[in-house]
Write a protein that binds this ligand. Structure first.
Ligand code: AGP
Length: 613
């Protein structure tokens, strides 16, 4: 989604803002712009396209000054062009603003403002905000009071940052709902504002995250935090431990490749500090789960979107199998339409890398409204999902920049396994020996991931063989139905090949009609309770002339004779295998997309964090 960077201090704001926006490129966008106060006059540069286009414009028409804001926009209202790119000014030239979110009532407001004689310069919903701010500033309101009044008129979820030439000692920022975050960074006699941590981490790690309904008035030396009525709010700065370099590609061609390879580290990190291998115990302290809650819970509703949704599907299998607790999986964007039977003895468990996905946050709000306990498995510390949850588990993978999620899929699968074991232990559905056995297997997970990465070259050969296909099927059974869905999503979102994940047992009920020599089938046929069924699935596919790429367990003698290609994974307990078996599918999708010359890290039409519903 859109990215925001703001600066106020003794340095030139222009390079700080442009570099900060570059760190947010991964969020996906289609236009960019910057506004800087130069000699007490607001200069704006903006255009459609990527940041290098904006950089060229800035080189041709430089702008410098101690105060500025910048924006990368993912178009929702109005085409991605210079006219609609942010920042937006009003009629006086005194106020400039950038915005994440959607003004849901902008048409009514636009009519109202036009009736007052306002002339609009864009087709965006955002522009109504800056005109409303100007309306109230003309009534001698300060910029922050004018902004508060303006925000009371707009509906929807918003992150806004603005400043004015006539109040040029401050930046005003506000957050309403879940349209992405707003974070304030504290420097030495300078302050930073951004929609996401990576934009400011090279300057400061001391930050304050705005919560929904909060406004920040930021001068070079201080932050004044209030609610939208203007009442002061106390705050504590947080120190973020992330290393800014970690968000760089290093020696990899793409962030996605780096993050696939980081999975040995990220799986280690998601386990670290949570497992007592000596006593076979799991500790998830941030979840605030105790024995009484564990025994009061009647059902868990696992909700998420996209890849995170497939992780939730795996979580259902694990928690029901290990903790014997009922779990329902819902796609987050559907959850609130089914009048879910959620009550005070329910848990709504959200899984979200960004912690800012609007559909997931809406589902959490639905659960809370019905009395549920909210849990969140998130990666972005300080995200809205983490803040509204009653307890959370951090994926601890470090920043995931590639739009296609990889390490932020495998880490929560291990977190869900640990949660299942902890719940089982607190509910007494496993004995200490069973618990010890389940826990001790966790020590092998990073090594299993490393074994898959060592086979990258073999997978790349298979990618060469099938890179020109136009469609394909991914088949899995049991816990690997989710693996099939995730493998298909990885391929389709970065290679644009039509790939479908299917429960293998469903093939005979229709989809097998698709199988012919031009329809490759990727079958997950590892040594697990569903192995025999998958073997017969492979035979049925071959009998119809289909090409089979099988994911198989090292040492399998039968599958190489049946399949056209084999992607090998180590021998593993089936309950831990989804976090590993997906890795060759990640690598396969990555190589096919790069062989097709596509933008792996920023696929067309996609954004890293979907903060609109
Ligand atoms: C997965 O590769 C996609 N980027 C997408 O499906 C993503 O998983 C989904 O939008 C959910 O995002 P979240 O985990 O940040 O909530």
């Amino acid at each position: 989604m859109c990215g925001i960077v703001g600066y106020i201090g003794p340095q030139d704001a222009t390079p700080i803002i442009l570099n900060g926006l570059k760190r947010l490129e991964y969020r996906g966008y289609d236009s960019a712009g910057i506004a800087v106060l130069e000699n007490n006059h607001i200069e704006v540069r903006r255009d459609a396209g990527k940041l290098h286009r904006l950089q060229t414009i800035v080189e041709e028409q430089p702008l410098h000054g101690p105060l500025g804001i910048g924006h990368t926009r993912w178009a929702t209202h109005g085409e991605p062009n210079a006219r609609n790119a942010h920042p937006h000014m009003g009629s006086t030239g005194d106020v400039v603003l950038v915005h994440n979110g959607i003004v849901e009532n902008y048409l009514v407001l636009r009519d109202e403002l036009e009736a007052e004689g306002v002339v609009f310069n864009s087709d965006t919903d955002t522009e109504v905000i800056v005109h409303l701010v100007e309306r109230y500033m003309s009534q001698d309101e300060s910029i922050e009071d004018a902004a508060r009044k303006a925000l009371r008129h707009i509906e929807g979820h918003h992150g806004i940052v603005l400043f004015s030439a006539s109040h040029n000692d401050r930046i005003v920022a506000a957050r309403i709902g879940n349209a992405g975050g707003v974070v304030i960074g504290f420097g030495e006699d300078e302050m930073f504002v951004a929609s996401d941590l990576p934009a400011i981490l090279e300057h400061t790690r001391d930050v304050v995250f705005l919560e929904s309904g909060q406004m920040a008035v930021v001068t070079r030396s201080e932050l004044k935090l209030t609610d939208l009525e203007g009442s002061l709010i106390d705050y504590q700065t947080e120190t973020v431990s992330w290393d800014p370099v970690a968000a760089e590609k290093g020696e990899y061609r793409h962030f996605m490749q780096k993050e696939i390879y980081e999975q040995v580290r990220s799986l280690t990190d998601t386990i670290a500090g949570r497992v007592d291998f000596e006593n076979g115990e799991i500790h998830l302290d941030t979840l605030n789960l105790d024995k009484s809650l564990a025994n009061r819970i009647e059902k868990i509703y696992a909700i998420a979107c996209g890849t995170a949704g497939y992780a939730a599907m795996v979580g259902k299998v694990l928690i029901e199998r290990i903790a014997r607790m009922p779990v329902e999986f819902d796609i987050a964007s559907e959850f609130r339409y089914r009048d879910p039977l959620v009550n005070e003895n329910s848990v709504v468990l959200a899984i979200s890398q960004s912690g800012e996905t609007a559909d997931t946050l809406a589902a959490m709000a639905e659960g809370k409204a019905r009395g549920a306990t909210l849990w969140a498995i998130i990666n972005m510390i300080g995200s809205q999902a983490m803040r509204i949850a009653d307890g959370y588990i951090s994926m601890q993978t470090g920043p995931e920049i590639g739009v296609a999620s990889t390490k932020a899929y495998t880490a929560p699968l291990i977190d869900l396994y640990m949660l299942a074991v902890l719940l089982a232990d607190l509910r007494g559905t496993i004995n200490p020996d069973e618990r010890m056995a389940l826990v001790s297997e966790l020590r092998h997970v990073p090594g299993w991931a490393a074994a898959c990465l060592e086979r990258d070259a073999e997978v790349e050969k298979v990618a060469h063989a099938i890179k020109d296909m136009t469609h394909c099927l991914y088949l899995g059974r049991g816990i690997h139905t989710a693996t099939a869905y995730e493998g298909a999503l990885k391929l389709k979102e970065i290679s644009y090949i039509h790939a479908e994940g299917y429960p293998a047992g469903e093939m005979k009920h229709g989809p097998i009609a698709l199988v012919d020599k031009d329809m490759p089938v990727i079958a997950i046929a590892t040594r697990d309770p569903w192995y025999e069924k998958m073997i017969s699935q492979i035979e049925q596919t071959k009998a119809r002339g289909g090409k089979v790429i099988a994911v198989a367990t090292e040492g399998d003698k039968l599958i190489p004779a049946l399949a056209d290609h084999v992607l090998w994974v180590p021998e593993m307990p089936w309950m831990l295998s989804p976090a590993i078996t997906v890795i060759p599918l990640q690598i396969l999708a990555y190589h096919i997309a790069t062989l097709r010359g596509l933008d792996v890290d920023q696929p067309r039409n996609l954004a890293k964090s979907v903060t609109v519903e």
